[in-house]
Design a protein around this ligand. Structure first.
Ligand SMILES: Nc1nc2c(c(=O)[nH]1)N[C@H]1C(S)=C(S)[C@@H](COP(=O)(O)OP(=O)(O)OC[C@H]3O[C@@H](n4cnc5c(=O)[nH]c(N)nc54)[C@H](O)[C@@H]3O)O[C@H]1N2
Ligand SMILES: Nc1nc2c(c(=O)[nH]1)N[C@H]1C(S)=C(S)[C@@H](COP(=O)(O)OP(=O)(O)OC[C@H]3O[C@@H](n4cnc5c(=O)[nH]c(N)nc54)[C@H](O)[C@@H]3O)O[C@H]1N2
Ligand SMILES: [Mo]
Length: 671
């Protein structure tokens, strides 16, 4: 009721809510076309599947991780790996076998590179790989190389720790490749037989000798050389890497360099290496690649949608990989109305005002002007307060029936309780999709739909629930090893990989055909000591944001007292020496200032931080404070994304949001 942002709400029935949503969404579709509605998710939880289902049933191609430029989470890695290898690879922690570490075929990696990964913070929630597996493997003899500017739990236990300057990982990877190639430490047989373009890669890496890489990355050359040797001389060896590489200025190119590392050392799809990870039995609930998308929709349908998808005409990867619309271009189109107007947004698992979006003020101004906005969330959030017309209460995990197939194994999510009138995301989206496009949905209910999706496994949803989880048996194309030798990867059944040349494309013919650099390269971030030396003079600290914290999930959980006790304040981690030189005591309120403004945080001394870097946790809002406009629970004072610009996507369209690398200065709040 009232204006958006007034915090005036009236409780209505689900029927009335669905009626209203149906009517308003139909009106927009009739008048402007389905593409005028954006379907916005965040990292997705269990809602990625339902959202794309609803968006496509409605007919909008504009499904997006709204706010995060370049979809700078996970998709850049998937896109890069699929382009170079035809598939995505993850470290082998025996996750494919029921007996796990006791499976006789499995062997622990001798060395694991943990690259931009914070086990302590983010461990519980990676789709393909779980942090505690690192500990399991360490117990079985795996040694670590850690690449992180911060001295993490893993770094403190590593054989070699490379404290890299944020955003320079592309150069570091090329430096490691330089040593491995020039010292002849690569796997010549694998390179000859299974890779394409090695000579060109060998030529490119000559631009990155260790001494130059030291200058760029701030990592001493001896450590670079030692790490390259240890990795290449230990077989098997694996690499796990994290989100900071997705937000690298040239994310897909940087991850391309990593694929070269595990490929030329012959660590691909072998026990204890980096293994190709396809969803078990090929069951797709939430499509992670074009191939998975095409299991659910016809090529013609997908081609048709991509004609109007925002960003598809500028970025070939946005057009051709996985079907996301590009977030900042959505924002620009909301502002300009060109080439067609945006009239509404469906927001589900996305709190862009507090976390997801860079430059949240600009997003707020754009979204508040749309005609019809829905937020589906488990909590009342700053986003819901600021822009929603209707808030639909979503059910949390114990309140829902669903299937999890992104990663291993195939899991049933089973409802154990119902809280008031909350509804699971699948049920909300299914009901609305059926109302909006009844002809497109042949299923009576969600369970029928899930059973249809489970078909390749031979299980019904009910059977999966009985069984709880399922893995494909050995020898199935979705279990490793060395599938490229056996013709299990390509649709034509020939040996090799699912790429145009059938080989690992160290030199990418696909990137080349898109007009992108076919070889890995390094680019400085939008702000850095190198790219903006003048700014660096006034703002001498590099700000990392969003290192995960174990008790928060992005902007969630600030209202849960027991968790809040552990992480009570919006803080900024700073090295004690750096803090003391500015007269800052542990616990003082400070300003973090960058060229785009300043926010308030509480200083927290951390000797694990590099003296030239600070870390601010993302996602902060204060649920205990005023929710209505203009306060929105304090976000304008403490949301670190106010200091980070939108629109920094990589040249491929994927990656680039500079969330780990902005320059800042820090000083005490006076009063
Ligand atoms: N508890 C919890 N778990 C989560 C999440 C959460 O919010 N809370 N979020 C989930 C999501 S969506 C994601 S994407 C993942 C992300 O989780 P991760 O992939 O682990 O990413 P981060 O925690 O951002 O950073 C990992 C490490 O990289 C370092 N780092 C920062 N910048 C750079 C850089 O430029 N180069 C290198 N080499 N290292 C750098 C940081 O110091 C940090 O220690 O976590 C998931 N898991
Ligand atoms: N500065 C900075 N910003 C970042 C990052 C960073 O490292 N630094 N990381 C970026 C990354 S990698 C990502 S993935 C994004 C994540 O961005 P988002 O996933 O959008 O994160 P949240 O802001 O937590 O928004 C998620 C919302 O979903 C709600 N929710 C939780 N469970 C459910 C559910 O089951 N159903 C429904 N309907 N809603 C639910 C939560 O209450 C919350 O309000 O943030 C990005 N933003
Ligand atoms: Mo993420």
């Amino acid at each position: 009721m009232g204006e958006r942002g007034e915090d005036k709400w009236q409780r209505i029935s689900w029927d009335e809510a669905f009626d209203t949503c149906e009517k308003r969404l139909r009106d927009i579709r009739d008048k402007y076309g389905a593409e005028s509605v954006i379907f916005a998710q965040g990292t997705g939880r269990d809602a990625g599947g339902p959202i794309i289902f609803l968006a496509y049933a409605y007919g909008s191609p504009n499904w997006s991780l709204f706010g995060l430029a370049g979809i700078a989470c996970f998709t850049p890695r998937l896109a890069a790996m699929h382009t170079i290898e035809g598939d995505a690879t993850f470290p082998d922690a025996a996750q494919f076998f029921p007996r796990r570490y006791d499976d006789p075929e499995w062997t622990p990696p001798k060395v694991l590179i943990s690259w931009a990964r914070n086990l302590q913070g983010s461990q519980c929630t990676d789709h393909y790989f779980t942090g505690h597996w690192v500990v399991d493997m360490m117990r079985r003899g795996t040694r670590l190389i850690v690449i992180d500017p911060v001295c993490t739990w893993e770094a403190s236990r590593a054989e070699i720790w490379l404290p890299v300057r944020p955003g320079t990982d592309g150069a570091l990877a090329l430096g490691l490749l330089n040593v491995i190639i020039n010292e002849g430490l690569y796997d010549k047989e694998f390179v000859d037989k299974w890779t394409y373009g090695f000579d060109k890669l060998a030529e490119r890496v000559q631009q990155f000798p260790p001494e130059k890489v030291e200058d760029i990355t701030w990592v001493p050359r001896d450590k670079i050389i030692a790490a390259a040797r240890l990795y290449a001389e230990s077989k098997p060896a694996a690499i796990r890497f994290g989100q900071p590489l997705d937000s690298n200025a040239e994310a897909t190119s940087t991850i391309h360099a990593l694929t070269c590392l595990w490929s030329i050392t012959g660590n691909l799809d072998i026990p204890g290496g980096n293994v190709i990870c396809r969803p078990p039995y090929g069951v797709t609930i939430y499509p992670y690649s074009t191939q998975e998308l095409l299991q659910l929709y016809s090529q013609e349908f997908v081609d048709n949608l991509s004609k109007k998808r925002i960003g598809a005409d500028r970025y070939p990867l946005v057009k051709n990989f996985r079907a996301w619309a590009e977030p900042t271009m959505i924002l620009e189109q909301m502002e300009s109305g060109k080439p067609y107007p945006i009239k509404g947004i469906w927001i589900q698992t996305n709190n862009f005002m507090a976390n997801t979006a860079q430059d949240p003020r600009r997003h707020y101004e754009a979204v508040r002007k749309l005609d019809f906005n829905v937020v589906v969330d488990v909590f009342m959030t700053p986003t819901a307060q600021a822009v929603a017309d209707i808030v639909l209460p979503a059910a949390s995990f114990p309140e829902k029936d669903s299937v999890f197939s992104t990663g291993l194994p195939l899991n049933a999510i089973q409802k154990v309780l119902t809280v008031d009138e909350c509804k699971p995301d699948w049920e909300i989206d299914f009901e609305l999709a059926k109302r909006l496009s009844p002809e497109a949905i042949p299923f009576k209910n969600v369970k029928e739909l899930l059973t249809a999706r489970l078909k390749p496994s031979g299980l019904t949803y009910e059977q999966l629930c009985q069984q709880v989880w399922a893995l494909a048996p050995k020898g199935h194309p979705t279990t490793p090893y060395r599938r490229y030798e056996k013709g299990l990867l390509r649709p034509d059944g020939k040996p090799g990989f699912r790429t145009p040349t059938g080989k690992i494309e160290l030199y990418s013919t696909v990137f080349e055909s898109y007009g992108l650099d076919p070889l890995p390269h390094h680019k400085e971030q939008i702000e850095s000591p190198v790219s903006t030396p003048d700014i660096y003079k006034e703002y001498p600290l590099i700000m990392i944001t969003g290192r995960r914290c174990g008790v928060m999930f992005h902007s969630e959980h600030r209202q849960i007292p027991w968790l809040r006790e552990i992480e009570p304040h919006p803080s900024v981690d700073i090295h004690p020496d750096t803090a003391k030189s500015s007269g800052i005591n542990d616990g003082d309120w400070v300003w973090i200032e960058g060229v785009r403004g300043k926010i308030k945080r509480k200083a927290r001394y951390s000797p694990a931080m590099h003296p030239k870097m600070v870390h601010a946790l993302h996602g902060w809002w204060l649920p205990e404070t005023e929710g209505k406009a203009p306060h929105f629970y304090g976000i304008w004072d403490i949301n670190v994304n106010l200091l980070i610009p939108a629109g920094c996507q990589s040249s491929s369209g994927f990656g680039g949001a500079p969330t780990k690398t902005m320059l800042c200065k820090i000083y005490k709040v006076k009063d």
